[in-house]
Ligand binder design. Structure first.
Ligand code: ITT
Length: 191
């Protein structure tokens, strides 16, 4: 089966999944075609929340349905915003959120941070595939690619923020890229 439904309300996530999966022959569908995802993320980990999202719509479609819970963990801030990354400073845009984080990190020497992505897939069992991208919080916002916290996330591999990378470069090293490759391995084995 080559049809995959990405159960997310975030069009940036859909775009990244398309870039990774379509060249491999997958047909990527998103909720916009049908409905909006309205689920309460009550889990305490990325994996739990990803499963909650996947469970919510798994029975509706006759295709592979995956959901992603992801976010940015900043060591010096007790790994916040973490699973609250989308809800952090709700109502404000990312320009404001990113500036706010830079301000909170102003005098901080430990700048370690990581993006985490948990992809949930439910077939006859529940599966979660996790990917992590290690890096650090930059001193200023840079770059216009990507989305969310990308302009303040300095990647280890390139010494550039993830918003300065091309989508190919980001997908190669990103939390979402890594988690997707684990998902693909599983789908290949399952055949
Ligand atoms: P769905 O729950 O509908 O999938 P959402 O945006 O609410 O959409 P999450 O709860 O998983 O998704 O929150 C993820 C947030 O983490 C996202 O909105 C960004 O702020 C941040 N984030 C995740 N991956 C990112 C990436 O690759 N680059 C930048 N920010 C990212």
């Amino acid at each position: 089966m080559k049809d995959v439904m990405i159960a997310t309300g975030n069009s940036n996530k859909v775009k990244e999944y398309r870039e990774i999966l379509e060249p491999l022959g997958y047909i990527v569908h998103d909720l916009k075609e049908i409905e909006h995802l309205e689920v309460e993320e009550t889990g305490s980990t990325f994996a739990e929340n990803a499963l909650i999202k996947a469970e919510n719509i798994k029975d509706i479609y006759g295709m592979i349905v995956i959901a992603d819970d992801s976010g940015l963990e900043i060591e010096a801030l007790d790994n916040q915003p973490g699973i609250h990354s989308a809800r952090f400073l709700a109502g404000y845009d990312y320009d404001y959120k990113n500036k706010k984080i830079l301000e909170m990190m102003k005098d901080e020497t430990n700048r370690k941070a990581r993006f985490v992505c948990a992809i949930a897939l439910i077939d006859d069992k529940k599966h979660v595939f996790e990917g992590v991208m290690e890096g650090s919080i930059a001193y200023e916002m840079k770059g216009n690619n990507g989305f969310g916290y990308d302009p303040i996330f300095m990647t280890e591999e390139y010494g550039l923020t993830s918003a300065q990378l091309t989508s190919e470069q980001k997908n190669e090293i990103s939390h979402r890229g890594k988690a997707t490759r684990l998902l693909l391995e599983y789908l290949r084995r399952k055949k």
